[in-house]
Design a protein around this ligand. Structure first.
Ligand code: SAM
Ligand code: SF4
Length: 345
């Protein structure tokens, strides 16, 4: 196993069988995490880039079986922020908290027409900040409009590259369309973020290996990996869910194969363990997305149990993240934090 990990450190390439072998071997994880930490340091340095996350609507037309925001969940209070509220949160995050990237995330809520969203984007871009969108599947034309209005990056997880599993867990959605959207986002010129869940019923080490190879094949600039956490008001409420350990292994291998991308230490990792984000930062991650949504909205952005309490209020969340970064001898990123992979293109 040592040889395989060293091969990945040097060549940044492994076959499906080799990835699977490492994912299945419990005994090599300490070496794997250390190797990913070293490759992270060598390619993207010690800076940890912060992104202020604004969850501006929890209304969604889709019905993903794993997600608490799914259309059929009637036990959730729905909200959508108006333009002024979104812009005020962004202003606070940039001018008061000093953040240099704003992430606008929501369910697939058709209330926000391209016209409304572009207006919000232009206002936020006036703050001299990078903006990431995470709003789901749209047409190429819409993606191009957002890009023109100033959006820099887009996050759209493939969730799983296993077609049969995708269709089972994302009813009514199209596996081909998801891939097509990622292609369109590249065409529109976005810095491209995708990623997967770890621990959905039916996922195997082989399917994680395929996910990692897919990230490499599409030339992603950012990869978010989240352990799946079952939500009580979804069809997957009795599922076992993912483990932090497997999510970290998938993430560490992603760092070895895509050395110069951005990788967040995800909130779902922190939800599973008090030091989940610290472990992630020391196993290949170089980004954290502190939540800047006010707590009275955030409690309803209930993707999975435990999420809404991670970090506390926006100011506390930021302080906690900064303390973590200095405690592990790293520094808060000073620039906009575009991925090195994207900058080289
Ligand atoms: N609606 C947009 C989309 O699906 O791309 C953006 C928001 S969506 C809530 C963001 C991510 O949350 C999804 O890509 C999914 O991977 C993650 N997610 C949803 N339910 C989850 C759960 N139960 N556990 C962990 N992550 C979850
Ligand atoms: Fe909607 Fe995104 Fe949740 Fe799916 S994962 S139900 S698209 S918010």
């Amino acid at each position: 196993m040592h040889k395989l990990i060293q091969k990945a450190v040097v060549e940044h390439n492994l076959s499906r069988a080799e990835l699977t072998e490492i994912l299945q071997d419990d005994s090599c994880k300490t070496e794997l995490f250390a190797a990913a930490d070293e490759v992270r340091r060598r390619y993207v340095g010690d800076e940890v880039h912060l992104r202020g996350l604004i969850e501006f609507s929890n209304i969604c037309r889709n019905n993903c079986c794993y997600c608490g925001l799914r259309r059929d969940n009637r036990n959730i209070k729905r909200y959508r922020m108006d333009e002024e509220t979104v812009c005020a949160l962004a202003e606070h995050a940039v001018l008061k908290m000093g953040l240099k990237t704003i992430v606008l995330q929501s369910g697939e809520d058709l209330f926000y027409t391209p016209e409304v969203l572009c207006r919000i984007l232009r206002r936020i871009k006036n703050l001299d900040v990078a903006v990431t969108l995470s709003i789901g599947e749209k047409s190429l034309q819409e993606y191009q409009a957002y890009k023109q209005a100033g959006a820099d990056r887009f996050l759209l997880r493939i969730e799983t590259t296993d077609k049969e599993l995708y269709l089972r867990h994302d009813p009514g959605m199209s596996w081909e369309q998801r891939r097509h959207c990622l292609h369109d986002l590249k065409t529109a010129g976005f810095e491209l973020g995708t990623g997967c869940l770890v621990g959905l019923p039916g996922q195997t080490t082989e399917s994680y290996a395929d996910d990692i190879l897919f990230f490499k094949q599409i030339g992603a600039d950012m990869i978010g990996i989240g352990p799946f956490i079952p939500h009580p008001d979804t069809p997957l409420k009795t599922a076992a869910g993912g483990t932090l350990d497997m999510a970290l292994r998938v993430m560490a291998l992603t760092r070895l194969l895509l050395p110069d991308i951005n990788i967040p230490a995800t909130t779902a990792m922190e939800t599973l363990a008090k030091d989940g984000q610290r472990q992630a930062l020391q196993s290949g991650a170089n980004v954290i997305m502190p939540n800047v949504t006010q707590v009275d909205y955030r409690r309803y952005y209930d993707l999975y149990p435990g999420k809404s309490t991670v970090g506390g209020t926006p100011d506390k969340a930021l302080e906690k993240v900064k303390n973590l970064i200095s405690a592990i001898g790293r520094q808060v990123g000073t620039g906009y934090g575009a991925s090195k992979h994207f900058q080289k293109k």
